[in-house]
Design a binder for this molecule. Structure first.
Ligand code: MG
Length: 388
């Protein structure tokens, strides 16, 4: 990568991998990270997981896979113009949702409740668990053995109590310092992507009304411009044109604001970045517009009764699966049973620990499911007429 800023993540300042690996022949270490994410099983399963809409509701809606690709596109654009490590941003963006449960936030909340007495469930920590442990593809280590910088970017949030168990990776949550600029870019690229595509999907699904939306500053300024320039364009196309302008506007705003912040700080190296406040930001106005749209989406889309009905069913599926697996591990696939049994026999401690371990393995198994797999497992286990 040419023209890398001196405060960007590079091969020289990287804290490396948990298991040492020498540089690949024709790729950088961060390219290797990105490639490993793409080749992982958890990444492929993102295709059948959704955030707002359940996967089978229609082929036009975003899935977690297309969401992650859109996040990576926005992240790469920002990284390139700011001379940051574009491959690292791409790796973080593509991996940031690997730990998500089926059925989006409803699934995550349900699994977190199931795990209440067993250490809880956080999707950010789960994404880290996927890349650190759960992917079993390489001879020399469990997980993908990603670089420290990719892992710190994936772990966007973390409670202090959990952070204490994560060694160096958890330190920034305790010290309240910042991650690399690349991690900060991936985080905001995620926010820009979902606000815009959820708006697009929500409109297409007919769950969002145009009238209140036209009171949203961020949407209104671009929509009015489009209406003026192309008054006879079909509405759907006007919306596409508006959303594309909104994304571009936010990316430009973010780049310019962040460049100014960097200009003011004059960071000499990556340590200066970690010790300062967040530098990758939208402008004050841009942030307020973004926040207002997010609130609007929460009220009109995420809390829409049709979405809520799906969420209710989704929670029921997760609760039921968790309960039945905890009650009788013999209904789990052989490999999951084997993992629980071999761990239990090596634990040889109080039953409390064995229960904790079993719950965690089951949470891993459920979190890894796609929407459609969870639905079909539920059918198979609870519908007496499905005898398979
Ligand atoms: Mg996301």
């Amino acid at each position: 990568m040419t023209n890398l800023a001196k405060y960007a993540v590079s091969t020289e300042n990287s804290k490396g991998r948990l298991v040492f690996e020498s540089s690949p022949q024709y790729r950088s270490q961060t390219q290797r990270d990105r490639d490993r994410v793409i080749h992982s099983g958890a990444f492929r399963r993102l295709e059948y997981k959704t955030q707002v809409f359940v996967n089978h509701e229609g082929d036009m809606f975003r899935t977690r896979l297309t969401h992650s690709i859109e996040v990576a596109q926005i992240g790469r654009s920002i990284a390139r113009v700011m001379n940051l490590n574009e491959d690292l941003v791409e790796a973080i963006c593509l991996a940031h949702d690997l730990g998500h449960t089926p059925f989006g936030h409803a699934g995550q909340d349900a699994l977190n409740s199931c795990m209440k007495n067993y250490g809880g469930f956080e999707h950010n920590l789960q994404s880290l668990r996927v890349v650190d442990q759960l992917e079993e593809r390489y001879a020399e280590f469990s997980g993908l053995n990603l670089t420290f910088e990719a892992r710190e970017g994936i772990l966007k949030h973390c409670s202090k109590s959990k952070a204490r168990k994560l060694g160096e990776l958890g330190e920034r949550f305790i010290q309240e310092t910042q991650p690399s600029l690349e991690a900060q870019v991936a985080n905001l690229a995620d926010a820009i992507a979902y606000n815009n595509h959820d708006l697009d999907d929500g409109l297409r699904a007919g769950l969002i009304d145009m009238e209140p939306l036209r009171e949203q500053a961020l949407f209104a300024m671009h929509f009015e411009e489009v209406c003026q320039n192309w008054p006879t364009l079909p509405e759907r196309r006007m919306i596409y044109e508006t959303i594309r302008r909104m994304i571009n506007y936010q990316v430009v705003d973010l780049v310019e604001t962040s460049q100014e912040n960097i200009e003011k700080l004059q960071p000499q190296n990556i340590d200066d970045i970690r010790q300062s406040g967040p530098l990758i930001k939208l402008s004050e106005t841009g942030y307020l517009q973004h926040k207002a749209l997010k609130k609007f989406l929460k009220e009109s889309l995420y809390r829409h009764y049709r979405v809520h009905r799906m969420s209710l069913k989704a929670s029921k599926i997760i609760f039921s699966l968790f309960e039945v697996f905890m009650d009788d591990i013999r209904v789990l696939p052989k490999d999951v049973q084997y993992r629980i049994q071999s761990a239990e026999s090596s634990l040889q401690e109080q039953s409390q620990n064995a229960d904790m371990f079993q719950a965690r393995m089951i949470a891993d198994y459920i979190a890894g499911m796609t929407d459609r797999f969870a639905i079909s497992e539920y059918e198979k286990l609870f519908n007496p007429l499905t005898l398979t």
